[in-house]
Design a protein around this ligand. Structure first.
Ligand code: CO
Length: 134
């Protein structure tokens, strides 16, 4: 069911500082910041040869990563994103296995313009998992 590792997401208190670290210190290619009001975050993608790093900064007071940053003030790994060929088939299989899908269980359009779902960390070794239809 699982395809490629699409990205690892890191929550950061300051996107500007995160960009500086990845672009200027580590010498990576970093995309332009993209506001995602529907997800309560502003994101950039760091392009690596085999995957991406997604840097997330809270957007708005109701940002879903605000609580995470309150607990991890210097930032931290927030989720991993795996590609699947068919997100509805993946969701239905996971539900049948007893895994919990976050939200209303319907895929939403993610930062790449593709359908995504998030899975409950308690069902996946304490890791928030995002599935993206490739
Ligand atoms: Co993501």
């Amino acid at each position: 069911m699982l395809g490629r590792l699409n990205h690892v997401a890191i929550a950061v208190p300051s996107l500007e500082q995160g960009i500086r670290t990845y672009r200027d210190v580590l010498g990576a290619k970093v995309s332009r910041p993209q506001a995602e009001p529907a997800h309560g975050v502003t994101v950039v993608f760091v392009e690596l040869p085999n995957t991406k790093i997604e840097l997330l900064e809270p957007l708005g007071d109701a940002s879903p990563i605000k609580g995470f940053l309150d607990k991890n003030p210097s930032g931290g790994i927030h989720h991993v994103c795996y590609e699947v060929a068919d997100i509805i088939a993946a969701r239905d299989r996971l539900k049948a296995e007893g895994a919990r899908i976050l939200g209303d269980g319907e895929p939403r359009i993610g930062a790449h313009g593709k359908p995504v779902l998030f899975l409950h960390p308690k069902d996946f070794s304490g890791t928030l998992v995002e599935l993206e239809q490739a």
